[in-house]
Structure formats: C-alpha cells, structure tokens
Design a protein around this ligand. Structure first.
Ligand code: HEC
Length: 96
C-alpha cells in the first residue's frame, strides 16, 4: 500500500509538470512566442526583462493587445487568455 501511495504521488508530480509548462500552448501563444527563439512576437525572456516584475502590464497587454513596444508587428487582444492572464504573466516572468 505504501508503494502504491508513492507511485500515485509520483504520477501526480509527473502530470503536474507538463500542465504548467504547456500553459502557453493551451492558450494559443506558441505560434508567435517562444522562451528563447524569436518568432512573430518577442521571446518570453525579452518580455520578462522589459517588464521585470510588472505583472499588471502583461495582464493589460492580453486584454488590450500590444503594439510598438518590441517592433513593428502588433499583437491583437487575446480574449481567450484573459481568464488565465495572471498565471500566464507569472509564467512569462518566471522565464527570466
Ligand atoms: C498572432 C501572434 C501572437 C499571438 C497568438 C500572441 N502574441 Fe503576444 N505578442 C505578439 C507580438 C507581435 C508582440 C509584440 C507587440 C509589441 O511590439 O508591442 C507580442 C507581445 C506580447 C507581450 C508583451 C506586451 C508588453 O507590452 O510588454 C506579451 C506579455 C505577450 N505578447 C503575451 C502573449 C500571450 C500570453 C499569448 C497567448 C495568450 C500571446 N502573446 C499570443 C504576437 C502574438
């Protein structure tokens, strides 16, 4: 029974890890963003450096979109991500 409990706990730990790592995929961000690789949008690290701890600015950019802060291409508002905006902002800031 002890072994079973240990296996169960390990299983949950394994399941929990990808769930948080995939928050960007789940919210449709990875087509334009990556941690290190510049795509259409800036890298998460670039954003984390610029917004250093400013979660509110990140949350606002998801609600309203963003333009002119990193380059010429604007980001449209991300209405589906607004419900998760806090967790997304924390995950972006954690990439630094
Ligand atoms: C269609 C492409 C596209 C998608 C999809 C997209 N972004 Fe962006 N994002 C951009 C671009 C381009 C910029 C740069 C805008 C600028 O220069 O101000 C940007 C900028 C940002 C910024 C910086 C805002 C600021 O002012 O500091 C954050 C944070 C961000 N995106 C988060 C997200 C998150 C989270 C998602 C998923 C819910 C997402 N983006 C989806 C293209 C995209």
């Amino acid at each position: 029974m002890k072994l079973f409990t240990a296996l169960l706990a390990a299983g949950f730990a394994v399941m929990a890890a990808p769930a948080s790592a995939n928050i960007f995929a789940d919210n449709g961000c990875v087509g334009c963003h990556d941690a290190d690789k510049k795509k259409m949008g800036p890298t998460w690290k670039e954003i984390a450096a610029k917004r250093a701890g400013d979660k509110a600015a990140i949350v606002a950019s998801l609600k309203d979109g963003s333009k002119g802060n990193y380059g010429k291409i604007p980001m449209p508002p991300q209405p589906k991500a607004v419900a998760n905006a806090d967790a997304l902002a924390a995950a972006i800031l954690a990439t630094k």
